[in-house]
Write a protein that binds this ligand. Structure first.
Ligand code: PMP
Length: 415
C-alpha cells in the first residue's frame, strides 16, 4: 500500500486533535508516550478534564434533593449529561438511559432484574464465543441460579461469528441473545443489524454490549432495534466509574429494582415500599454525579468530530499497522475480519506476550498483553492470550512505526 500521508493529514488534523489530550505529550521511560491500549481505556480530552474541574470548583452538590441553588445547578448538569448520552446513542428518550458504574454493572443489572423475572429453568441464553467475561459471567451466575442453559455462537478461524450456526441456535427456548457489537480482542464488528431482526422475529430479547463499538463509530439504538445497550464512559474518553444501561422504557419500567435505597423509591413504609419509574428506579443512592457530567462532555466532544474523517483515519491506521505487523517474521495476527475496528491482536513465535509488553514499555509504548478478559475466545484459538495494540483517532502512523521498530528490537533480544 502506498501511503499518501499528506492527503490523510489534510482530512484529519491529528496534531490538533492530540493537543486536546494533554497526557499524550508525556515522556514514559525517557521516550515520548505511545499509547496503544485504547481498547482498555481511552485518554481524556481537555473538554472532559476541565468540565470535571469546573464541576468540583463551582457546582458540587447532591442532586434531586436540595432546593438550594447549587443542588439545582448540579441536578441540571447531571440531567443535561443524560440528554447528551441519549443523543449519542440515538434515542429520543433520555429517561431510558440509566447511569451505572460501567458496562459490567449494566449487564449485571439486567441479569439480576430482567433476567430473574424472565429467565427460568430450561430457558436458554445465547452469547458468542468472542464475548468479554463481563458478558459471560453474569449470565452464568443467573443460569446457575435459575436452572437455565447458556449456548454459544461459534467463531470462525478469521475471527467472525459463524452466522450459519445462528438460526439453529435461536430456538424457542431462547429468551435472551447477549452479543458484543465489537470484539475487544479481535476488533471484529459483528453484523448486529442483521442479527437483531432475526432474533426479534423469534421473540428473543437482545442485549448489545457496545463497550467497544461506541468508542469507534455512532451506535443508534433506534435504528438497531435491540432491547438493551450497555457501554462504559472510560472507553469513550469519559471518566472511569460511570457507564450506561439503555433499555426500551417499557422493559425497564417493568423490571424489578436492582439496588434499594434513596432516590429509587416512591414511598417507603414498614408496610411496603413502592418504586419510582426510570431512570431513578435504577439509580439508588448518590450517583457518580461528576462522572456523569464528565461523560456528557466526552460524548459531546465525540459528536463534534467529523465522523467520516475519523473513520477514514482509523481505517488508515488499522491498514498500515496490519501491513507493517504482518511483515514481521513469526508474527501472527488473530482477528482478520474485513469488518473490524483499529484493534490488532498478535502473537510472535518464541516471544511471550508479557515479555514483549515489558520490553515495549521500556520504549514508552503501552500495549495490552494477556487474555483481555476473553479466555474462552483464546482457548478456541489454542492460546492463553496475545499482545494487543489498539488505536484511537489520536494515534499516528509514526506511532505505528515506533511500535514496529520496538517489536523488532524486542524480538532480537527475546527470540
Ligand atoms: N465488554 C467489552 C467488549 C469490553 O471490551 C469491556 C472492557 N474491556 C467490557 C465489556 C467491560 O467494560 P468495563 O470494564 O468498563 O465494565
Amino acid at each position: 500500500m502506498i501511503l499518501d500521508r499528506a492527503s490523510l493529514a489534510a482530512q484529519w488534523d491529528v496534531a490538533s486533535v492530540r493537543a486536546d489530550f494533554p497526557i499524550l505529550g508525556q515522556q514514559v521511560n525517557g521516550h515520548p508516550l505511545v499509547y496503544l491500549d485504547n481498547a482498555a481505556t481511552a485518554q481524556k480530552p481537555l473538554a472532559v478534564i476541565e468540565r470535571l474541574d469546573a464541576y468540583y470548583r463551582t457546582e458540587n452538590a447532591n442532586i434531586h434533593r436540595g432546593v438550594h441553588a447549587l443542588s439545582q445547578e448540579a441536578t441540571g448538569a447531571y440531567e443535561a449529561a443524560r440528554a447528551s448520552v441519549a443523543k449519542f446513542i440515538g434515542t429520543p428518550e433520555s429517561r431510558s438511559c440509566i447511569f451505572t458504574r460501567n458496562a459490567t454493572e449494566a449487564i449485571n443489572l439486567v441479569a439480576a432484574t430482567w433476567g430473574s423475572a424472565n429467565i427460568g429453568a430450561g430457558d436458554e441464553i445465547v452469547v458468542s464465543h468472542m464475548e468479554h467475561h463481563a458478558n459471560i459471567v453474569p449470565w452464568q451466575l443467573l443460569a446457575d441460579r435459575v436452572g437455565a442453559t447458556i449456548k454459544v455462537i461459534p467463531v470462525t478461524d478469521i475471527g467472525e461469528l459463524d452466522l450459519d450456526a445462528l438460526p439453529g441456535l435461536l430456538t424457542e427456548r431462547v429468551k435472551l441473545l447477549s452479543l458484543c457489537h465489537v470484539s475487544n480482542s479481535l476488533g471484529t464488528i459483528n453484523p448486529v443489524e442483521q442479527i437483531i431482526p432475526l432474533a426479534k422475529t423469534k421473540g428473543i430479547t437482545v442485549l448489545i454490549d457496545g463497550a467497544q463499538s461506541t468508542a469507534h463509530f455512532p451506535v443508534n439504538v433506534s435504528a438497531l432495534g435491540c432491547d438493551f445497550l450497555v457501554f462504559s464512559g472510560h472507553k469513550v474518553c469519559g471518566p472511569t466509574g460511570i457507564g450506561v444501561l439503555w433499555g426500551k422504557p417499557e422493559l425497564l419500567n417493568a423490571m424489578p429494582p436492582y439496588q434499594g435505597g434513596g432516590d429509587m423509591i416512591d414511598r417507603v413504609s414498614f408496610d411496603g415500599t413502592t418504586y419510582r419509574q426510570i431512570p431513578e428506579r435504577f439509580e439508588a443512592g448518590t450517583p457518580h454525579i461528576a462522572g456523569a457530567i464528565g461523560l456528557g462532555a466526552a460524548v459531546e466532544y465525540l459528536m463534534a468530530r467529523d465522523q467520516a474523517a475519523l473513520d477514514a483515519y482509523e481505517r488508515e491506521l488499522l491498514g498500515y499497522a496490519t501491513e507493517q505487523l504482518k511483515a514481521i517474521k513469526g508474527l501472527k495476527i488473530y482477528g482478520e475480519s474485513a469488518h473490524k475496528v483499529s484493534v490488532v491482536s498478535f502473537v510472535i513465535d518464541g516471544v511471550h506476550p508479557a515479555d514483549l509488553g515489558t520490553m515495549l514499555d521500556m520504549d514508552g509504548i503501552a500495549i495490552r498483553t494477556g487474555h483481555h478478559c476473553t479466555m474462552p475466545l483464546w482457548a478456541r484459538f489454542g492460546l492463553e492470550g496475545s499482545a494487543r495494540a489498539s488505536f484511537a483517532f489520536y494515534n499516528t502512523l509514526e506511532e505505528v512505526d515506533a511500535l514496529v521498530k520496538s517489536i523488532k528490537k524486542a524480538q532480537m533480544m527475546l527470540g
